[in-house]
Design a protein around this ligand. Structure first.
Ligand SMILES: Cc1cc2nc3c(=O)[nH]c(=O)nc-3n(C[C@H](O)[C@H](O)[C@H](O)COP(=O)(O)O)c2cc1C
Length: 186
């Protein structure tokens, strides 16, 4: 098996990190892999916000938890509390993929999804762990959303696309089981 296939096979969603920082060169290598993602008509309808300041990642985690707590339905909040009370799992780095509606693409979500996977695979190939976190959008739903976006230099008009946490995992787990029944051979 070649390196690429091994990386794809070994990637898994890591939900517990030791919090140690990731060095700048590695962050840049991952960002480069993200930017190398294909996009429909090469419109590149995205920006990549790299948050490598753990204090900020923790702040965003708290913002998401506070928002969930403020909802009339406490179901989601209670579920997260039962499994550790963190949506960002003590990770030191959060890559936020922002969608650019001004690019005028019909395929922005697909493009951002491909960038998401490039980040995960690049991280895995470098011996790091990762997890995709759609829940990161909850960090920007509360009363302090504008303040947080301003602090992050989130460009005007751009929307949340996806989040990916990267770091050094404490817990390793087996990748999910594949289901060959999903393949239709004609
Ligand atoms: C679009 C998308 C959103 C996801 N959002 C979250 C999330 O918010 N929190 C989380 O812990 N995992 C999230 N995941 C990770 C999935 O739960 C995980 O990929 C799935 O259970 C398969 O496990 P594996 O990645 O270990 O193979 C997300 C995955 C995808 C593709």
């Amino acid at each position: 098996m070649n390196e690429v296939l091994r990386t794809i096979e070994q990637r898994f969603s890591c939900r517990d990190y030791d919090g140690r920082p990731v060095d700048k060169e590695t962050l840049q290598t991952i960002a480069k892999a993200a930017l190398q993602s294909p996009s429909a008509m090469n419109l590149q309808p995205w920006r990549l916000l790299v948050i490598a300041d753990k204090a900020m990642v923790d702040k965003l985690d708290c913002a998401a938890m506070d928002y969930m707590k403020s909802l009339p339905d406490k179901g989601l909040y209670n579920r997260i509390m039962e499994r550790g009370g963190k949506v960002f799992y003590n990770a030191p780095v959060l890559y936020l993929i922002l969608k650019d509606p001004a690019a005028g693409s019909n395929w922005t979500d697909v493009d951002c999804g491909i960038m998401t996977q490039n980040i995960c695979l690049a991280a895995a190939s470098l011996g790091l762990d990762s997890v995709i976190v759609a829940m990161a959008h909850l960090s920007f739903r509360g009363e302090d959303a504008d303040e947080l976006k301003a602090a992050l230099k989130w460009p005007e008009g751009l929307e949340f696309g996806m989040g990916v946490l990267v770091g050094h995992g404490i817990i390793k787990k087996e990748p999910h089981e594949i289901d060959w029944g999903k393949v239709i051979n004609y």
